[in-house]
Design a binder for this molecule. Structure first.
Ligand SMILES: [Zn+2]
Length: 99
């Protein structure tokens, strides 16, 4: 079985993405070249930050970043099953099964 998630599928499931988990796989007007978003969330010590990111061909994720003389760099990534902002199940990046 192949499951294709579209904005219509998610509307049927009452699982509309919020601004933080929106991506090209759930919005037909976006592509994986223009759907990247990143928000700084929570509180961190100076030189560190937590980013809630979505898009760019990857599931919604929390990235821990550290600032160096070269700029911000990702040091850890966590991909939750549910959007930390709206609670939507992140289904669109699940592995597709073929029969
Ligand atoms: Zn969300």
């Amino acid at each position: 079985m192949i499951v294709i998630f579209t904005s219509r599928t998610l509307l049927t499931l009452n699982q509309q993405p919020c601004g933080m988990c929106l991506n090209a796989r759930v919005d037909e007007e976006l592509t994986e070249d223009n759907d990247y978003s990143a928000y700084s969330v929570g509180e961190s010590q100076s030189g560190f930050r937590l980013m809630l990111c979505s898009g760019a061909g990857k599931p919604t994720r929390i990235e821990a970043e550290m600032h160096t003389e070269h700029g911000w760099g990702t040091v850890a990534v966590y991909e939750p099953k549910y959007c930390p902002n709206c609670g939507r199940s992140i289904m669109e990046y699940a592995k597709k099964e073929k029969y």
